[in-house]
Design a binder for this molecule. Structure first.
Ligand code: NAD
Length: 261
C-alpha cells in the first residue's frame, strides 16, 4: 500500500527505528535509514533491506545533535527520494539517568538537541515539499515519558513532553493540507536503550538479568510484557495509511497500560 512513497526514519540503525523502517519497507515504501552504526552493522543492515524486493533502502549518516548534519541529511534525503520525502519518522533518541542536582548541562543540551530540536529542524526542512504535494506523514516517536514522569530522567521527560507539544502545533499548522502529524508514545521496548537500564538495575540491586527485567516491567508496565519494534512499526504503517487521513495531532499510547494508572 505504500509503494511509490519514500520515508526518512531517524535512529533506524537499531531498536524501534529499525522495526519501523522494516515495517515501512515491507509495505513497499522506499526507506532512508540513518543513525550511528559501525561498518559491520551497516553491512548487515544493507543485507537485511535487500529482502524487501523493489524497495530502495539508502543509508545516510548524521549526528542529530548537529544542525549542519541535519541540514545535509534533509537535503540528501530529498535528492534520494523521487518527488521528495513523503513520510518522516522522528525516532532517534537516547537516555541518561541522574538526579537533577548532578545532571550534566552538556548531556541535557545533547538530549534536547537530538530529541526536540532535531525533530523541529527536520519538520521545518521537509514540510514545505509535503504541503506542495498535498500529502505527507510526520510521526514523532515520543514515549510514555511524554505523558508522565519518572525520577532521574529530567532531560528525557522534558524533551518527550516537548515533542508532544511540537506534534500538536504542526498538526494545527498543517490541518486540511493532506499532511498529518502524530506522536506515538511507547512503554518499555527491549532495545539497547532499555538494556542499559536493566544492567543498571542489576548493578544497583545485585540481581540477575531475569529479575532485573521483571523489576523494570513491574514498576511501570501493568501488562508485564515488552512492546515490540514490530508492533510500533505496524502502528506507523497504520498512521501512513489512508484510513488515518483524519488522524492528526494525536498522542497515541502503546504502553501495556503504563499511562492508564
Ligand atoms: P536504540 O538505542 O535501540 O536506538 C536509538 C537510535 O537512535 C540508534 O539508531 C542511534 O544511532 C540513534 N541515535 C541516538 N543518538 C543519535 C544522534 N545524536 N544522532 C543520530 N542518531 C542518534 O533505542 P530505542 O529504544 O530504539 O529508541 C528509539 C526511540 O524510541 C527514542 O526516541 C526513545 O526515546 C524512544 N522510546 C524508547 C522506548 C524503549 O523502551 N526502548 C520507550 C519509549 C520511547
Amino acid at each position: 500500500p505504500l509503494r511509490g512513497r519514500s520515508a526518512l526514519v531517524t535512529g533506524s540503525t537499531s531498536g524501534i527505528g529499525l522495526g519501523i523502517a522494516r515495517a515501512l519497507a515491507a509495505s513497499g515504501c522506499d526507506v532512508i535509514y540513518t543513525g550511528f552504526a559501525d561498518d559491520k552493522v551497516l553491512a548487515e543492515l544493507q543485507e537485511d533491506f535487500r529482502k524487501y524486493t523493489s524497495v530502495k533502502a539508502t543509508y545516510l549518516p548524521a549526528d542529530l545533535t548537529k544542525p549542519t548534519d541535519i541540514e545535509t541529511l534533509c537535503t540528501e534525503a530529498g535528492k534520494h527520494c523521487t518527488g521528495g520525502v513523503d513520510i518522516v519518522v522522528n525516532n532517534a533518541g537516547f537516555q541518561h539517568t541522574s538526579p537533577i542536582d548532578s545532571f550534566p548541562l552538556a548531556t541535557w543540551d545533547a538530549m534536547m538537541a537530538a530529541m526536540l530540536t532535531a525533530p523541529f529542524l527536520i519538520i521545518k526542512h521537509l514540510l514545505p515539499a509535503m504541503k506542495t504535494k498535498g500529502w505527507g506523514r510526520i510521526i514523532n516517536i515520543s514515549s510514555a515519558h511524554g505523558l508522565v514522569a519518572s525520577v532521574e530522567k529530567c532531560a528525557y521527560v522534558s524533551a518527550k513532553h516537548g515533542v508532544n507539544g511540537l506534534t500538536k502545533v504542526v498538526a494545527l499548522e498543517t490541518a486540511g493540507s493532506g499532511v498529518t502529524c502524530n506522536a506515538v508514545c511507547p512503554g518499555w521496548v527491549l532495545t539497547p536503550l532499555v538494556e542499559n537500564q536493566i544492567r543498571k538495575l542489576m548493578k544497583d540491586h545485585n540481581m540477575d538479568w531475569k529479575d532485573a527485567k521483571t523489576m523494570l516491567l513491574s514498576r511501570k508496565q501493568p501488562s508485564h510484557g515488552f512492546v515490540t519494534p514490530e508492533q510500533i512499526g505496524n502502528m506507523v504503517n497504520f498512521l501512513c495509511s489512508e484510513a488515518a487521513n483524519q488522524m492528526t495531532g494525536s498522542v497515541l499510547s502503546i504502553d501495556g497500560g503504563w499511562t492508564a494508572q
